[in-house]
Write a protein that binds this ligand. Structure first.
Ligand SMILES: NC(=O)c1ccc[n+]([C@@H]2O[C@H](COP(=O)([O-])OP(=O)(O)OC[C@H]3O[C@@H](n4cnc5c(N)ncnc54)[C@H](OP(=O)(O)O)[C@@H]3O)[C@@H](O)[C@H]2O)c1
Length: 249
């Protein structure tokens, strides 16, 4: 029997890469799934790709009013939320000198403020038990050049897995971080690099990984299934690194 049968799972940023593959795995395990994204084309294409009754919702992860609308929509469609995977992320990397306040605020809103308030507005809807998975990054643990704002946002998000687990445990809500290392997704192609520069970056990234390759969205999605399911019922307030050894070797 599927490991997520009877569970309602919301995945933010579920139209591409890790989020899309996680939606596919959650469905295969029997969950009812909703995904978000900003682009209508992305949502349509993910819906076609996933088939079935996926609820595809246009929503900007960094917009607080949008998070409230998302919660209202779920309340109208679902009896409860068993799983939240806050996966949508702004992956902007740039040298310190090139950051301005607007870009910094947008990144922090998407990666930290938005997920924080999404959890707040979903509180009345969360089932008991429920699992919240926060998408971190191994970048939070290493000193990769140009990752300053991104890594700080992910470190903040990962901190919430501890503090909110402490605060919500009596409501039966577990919060854990899931931190990928370099993973083959369309994200790299969105940096606006020429083909050659993108390939050079990919080579550089690969060389950072002790096991010598990038991860796949499926490898991260399988870890998300574990954290979403009751199999991980004793896993609370921690972080699962799925990173080919980057953070520890
Ligand atoms: N790939 C890696 O190497 C890697 C490593 C460590 C951590 N991560 C983390 O993994 C997560 C997913 O990354 P990915 O590589 O799978 O990226 P991806 O393939 O580019 O997919 C990103 C998804 O998030 C959505 N999204 C982006 N910004 C959003 C926003 N502001 N509001 C709502 N939705 C938004 C995108 O849809 P729209 O564009 O339509 O909004 C898309 O569905 C991110 O949090 C990233 O930081 C990735």
């Amino acid at each position: 029997m599927g490991r997520l049968v009877g569970k309602h799972a919301l995945i933010t940023g579920g139209t591409s890469g890790i989020g899309l593959e996680t939606a596919r795995q959650f469905l295969a395990e029997g969950a009812t799934v909703a995904i978000t994204g900003r682009s209508s084309e992305g949502l349509d294409s993910a819906k076609r790709d996933l088939g079935g009754d996926v609820l595809a919702i246009r929503s900007e992860a960094g917009d607080l009013a949008g998070q409230r609308e998302l919660a209202t929509l779920l309340r109208e469609n679902w009896p409860k939320v068993d799983v939240l995977y806050a996966n949508a992320g702004d992956v902007t990397h740039r040298p310190l000198r090139d950051w301005d306040e607007a870009a910094f605020d947008t990144l922090m809103a998407t990666n930290l403020k938005g997920p924080f308030f999404l959890i707040q507005v979903l509180l009345p809807l969360f089932a008991n038990p429920a699992s919240i998975i926060l998408c971190g990054s191994v970048a939070a643990h290493i000193g990769l050049p140009q990752s300053s704002a991104y890594a700080a946002s992910k470190a903040g998000l990962l901190s919430l897995s501890r503090t909110l687990s402490g605060e919500l445990k009596d409501r039966g809500i577990r919060v854990n971080g899931l931190s990928p290392g370099p993973t083959e997704t369309p994200a790299l192609g969105k940096l606006g690099l020429e083909d050659e520069a993108e390939e050079a970056l990919r080579r550089e990234i690969r060389s950072l990984v002790p096991i010598g390759r990038m991860g796949t969205p499926l490898e991260v999605a399988k870890a998300a299934v574990f954290l979403a399911s009751d199999e991980s019922g004793f896993v609370v307030g921690t972080e699962l690194l799925v990173d080919g050894g980057v953070g520890n070797l």
